[in-house]
Each structure stands twice: as C-alpha cells, then as structure tokens.
Design a protein around this ligand. Sequence first.
Ligand code: DSN
Length: 421
Amino acid sequence: MPTYTSLQTEDPAIYEALVGEMKRQTEGVEMIASENYVSPAVLECMGTVFNNKYSEGYPGKRYYAGQEFTDAVENLAIERAKQLFDAAHANVQPHAGAPANVAMYFALLEPGDTVMGMDLSHGGHLTHGHPVTYLTKIFKFIRYKMKDIETGEIDYDEMRQVALKEKPKMILAGFSAYPRELNYAKMKAIADEVGAVTVADMAHIAGLIAGKVLRNPFHDGFDVITTTTHKTLRGPRGGMILTREAELGKKIDKSVFPGFQGGPIMQMVAAKAVAFGEALKPEFRQYAKQVVVNSKHLAAYLMVKGVKLVTNGTDNHLMLIDCVKSWNLGGNEIETLFDRIGITLNKNMIANDTRKPMDPSGVRLGTPAITTRGMKEKEMEKLADFMLTAVASRADETALLKLHEEVKTFCRKFPVPGITT
Ligand code: DSN
C-alpha cells in the first residue's frame, strides 16, 4: 500500500488534494456507472518505475534497448487479455478508450467510409460519431436507435433497411448509457449482408463479459472488440483492442503504433496485466455476477417506489432515471442534490430528450464501484431510500445535512480498496 510520505514532504499541496480525494471516496457513494476501485496491487503497479521506460514497438520488436522486463509484462498482459475474452490477438497499448477507437477506425477504414453506430441520445458514445468529434470530419456516421424505449429493444429491422441502403463499411455495437443486452448475432447477420466489419466497443461491460455474466460478441462472430480497462473490468485507466482472428491484429498493431500513438505507458500496461490476472480468478466472476444482481435489485426497488427508469429496468450494471417523469425535476438538479448527500452519479441525456446535454432529463447510475466495496441487495435498498428521502426533503437544508451524515456513517462500513485512512 503506498504511504505517500515523499509526496507529503515534496509537494504538500498535491498531497492535501490526494488526502481530500481519499476522504471523498471513503465517505461517499460512487454510483457513476463507469467508475470503480482498483485493487491495492493494481494501484501499486501504477506507481512503479515502469513509468521511466520508453518501449515503442511491441515485445521482441522494440526501437530501444533494455526491454527484458517491459516485454515480460506486456506479454503477460496480452496473454491474459486473450484468455479473458477468447481473443486471438490483443493490443494493450491504447492510452484510453477514445484513442483505442481512433486507432481501430484507422486500422479498418479508409477516409470517407461509413460507420453505423448507436445514436448518442439512445446510449451511444461520443467516439461513435457524434458531430462534436473530429472523427466526423473523416468518416461518415449513420445511426441506429431503440425501436421501443419502454423495453430498450434496438430497431434491428430499421437497422437492416438503412444498412442495405447506405452500405456501411463498419457496424459498431456498444454504448455508454444503455441498460440492455445487445443482440450481436442479429447485428453480425446484417453486417454480413452488406460486407461490413463488426466492432463491439464494450468499454462499459468488459468486466461483465470477462466475468461471463453478459455475452461475448466474439462468440457471435464479431471481428473486433475495443474497450477501456478501468470500468467494470476494474483495472488501471487505459484502453485495449482485441481481435477474433490473428490476421486482423496485425492491422490493429500498426494503427496503434506507429500509426497513432508513441511509446506505451508501461506502468499502465503492467497494471493491466495485474488486473487481467485478477479478472481470471473465480472471485472476479462472483463480483461480476453481484454487480448485475445489485443493479437489477436497485432498478426493481426504485421502480416499485414509483421511479421511472428508461427501458423499465436493466440487464447490466447501469440504469437511467427519467427525472422529469419521476419527480418533475431535471437531471442536473438531481445530480447536484444527490452530490450534497454524498451520492455521486451523473446527469445524462435520455432517448428522445427534449432538454440540453448540460441540463438533460435523466441521470445515469450504476453498481460496479459499490459492489467492489462489498455492498449487496440490502444496501441497494438503503441507497435507494437515501436518494428518495433526498428528493422528498430537497427544500429542507437541515434534513439534507442529517442525511449526508447518515450516508457517511453507512459508507464507513464498506472500506475502499487501497485506502487506509
Ligand atoms: N466517460 C465514460 C462514461 O462515463 O461512460 C465514457 O467515455
């Protein structure tokens, strides 16, 4: 466990901010669906002297000397990733999820090619073709949506019709705010009809796939998976690209380096190896299962209490509350209100939202981090009660202060890995 004594002496300002952040994480409830707590071993690995090494290239084929130990850790990360996801090839160097997606696009497409991805407001991600990204200057993005927002079912018939007309070169599955399981087999069948490559960006659900709780897109014939490593997978911040067949992996490698990135961040590659080793253990499978059990339980409990969830439930680790329909309040107001009592989640657009991104109709919340802390079904009900009490008492400052103290007391029973204060 790091002691931070050198940091305390050398840079008290940063040390103080770190202490504040450790306190915030310990005393608060982390319900941002994309966040998690890494193990002490992963945390230690991120602060090692692997930081000091330049390692452009790949194991056995580097541009600089002195790679015997960096090669060892990168090879371990690659082999463990392949085993976790039934992949033929793994590139563990992407610095994060967005760079992984950029490298993936350039590996598989030519400028001007068409990509079919999920609409952002229906759960997709910025890097799947939102107009604010530079990607839209290079590729053409077309969208698919839910057919029925009450169930969350994707409109696969419309997707097929549009694909037949527009002939996308890539069909992209994946999301950052969609609570349902996707039908990869249907998407693959459409892609095969139009000759498109299939890519799943499973950043949000990688840990649930590794833990065998959700379906692995490779098992339905998808060609490529991109992901972050720090969400449900519970590793260091970073990205990764996997391919089902080895041949495609060569294109991916060239695209990541030298195509797009420079030297890998080797302490993060080492920490990825540690996290993947943890994810291969039976305890991780149990963790992934509990993430979804907790999520479904929380969703069901909230709905019984009259809260309106987008798609009326969840199959994965996250859910979206329609705050306007539930309480006649905006997502921003709810985010701020819950933050005041120590529950952190994020405002989020919901399907067909008429409000703006900075003040949308919904909030997104999830169970990966609280499950890592050991919370189970009983605690999901407690957390829902805290949230509902906050809404009911929102005009009563004294009640909110009292509630915040109750949340802190509740949190102290569930230690955060890697924090000893
Ligand atoms: N920021 C991540 C999320 O919260 O889903 C995605 O990039």
